[in-house]
Ligand binder design. Structure first.
Ligand code: SAM
Length: 224
């Protein structure tokens, strides 16, 4: 039996502490397009004064954005203490003073402040009570701000089912990682998000002019 029995998916603390470079690379999708997408999002919606990122991992996008926007305060959180410690060392090495890291775990992050932008990317896949998580993330948004997140839906489940035979055995431990999605336990949908938050989510990818957004990996923003 896997070690996933008493937690939502894998042991993320061990994953970031012990994982090989190639394994870790399977869990840092934020490094690809997000900095450029946020350049467009900020152009259309305004540059936030404060950003809270939950499930930041190695925070590639957040570090890049913090360098680009020295006047914006970035507060980043992850459930894994090991990656939080690693990121703090990087902050010191790079001499940045507008980005900080702390431990917080969804669905109840227990963060006692509000942000103009709350961001949660590639993380709800790993949270059993994803609806409670988005309600709590939305509660972290200051009036006039935005919540941006992606989420697993029924297309994610179908896609993961197709991908899995090629992915096993593997370093990224996808069988355990995707367990909640494969079992259909934490899937969300547009209507369900509206019901949970009281506001219709809008397509983040349409807002930033991304062509052909993948339907198995929707990313939305919700104004407050
Ligand atoms: C696939 S990584 C995504 C990292 C980053 N957001 C990116 O896009 O590159 C998922 C991250 O979520 C964290 N995580 C997993 N379960 C979590 C939870 N319940 N609450 C907060 N973070 C969680 C993991 O430690 C990991 O860093």
């Amino acid at each position: 039996m896997s070690d996933a029995t008493d937690r939502d998916t894998i042991d993320w603390d061990a994953f970031w502490r012990e994982g090989s470079e190639s394994a870790r690379d399977t869990a840092r999708p934020g490094r690809f397009d997000k900095p450029d997408q946020f350049r467009r999002f900020f152009a259309s919606r305004g540059v936030p004064a404060t950003v809270g990122s939950v499930g930041c991992g190695p925070a590639d996008a957040e570090f890049e954005l913090a360098r680009r926007h020295p006047g914006v305060e970035f507060c980043c959180y992850d459930a894994a203490e090991s990656v939080v410690a690693e990121n703090r060392e990087r902050v010191t090495e790079e001499g940045l003073n507008n980005i900080s890291f702390g431990v917080a775990t969804l669905p109840d992050p227990d963060i006692d402040r509000r942000f103009d932008l709350v961001y949660c990317y590639a993380t709800l896949t790993y949270v059993r009570d994803s609806e409670r998580a988005i309600r709590n993330l939305y509660a972290l948004v200051a009036p006039g701000g935005h919540l941006v997140f992606d989420y697993p839906n029924r297309h994610t489940r179908a896609t993961y089912r197709e991908l899995l035979p090629e992915e096993v055995p593997d370093e990224g431990r996808f069988t355990e990682r995707w367990r909640l999605v494969l079992d259909g336990e934490n899937l969300l949908a547009h209507e369900r998000i509206r019901d949970a938050l009281g506001t219709w989510p809008r397509s983040f990818y349409a807002e930033v002019d991304r062509e052909d957004p993948p339907r198995h990996s929707p990313c939305v923003f919700v104004p407050k």
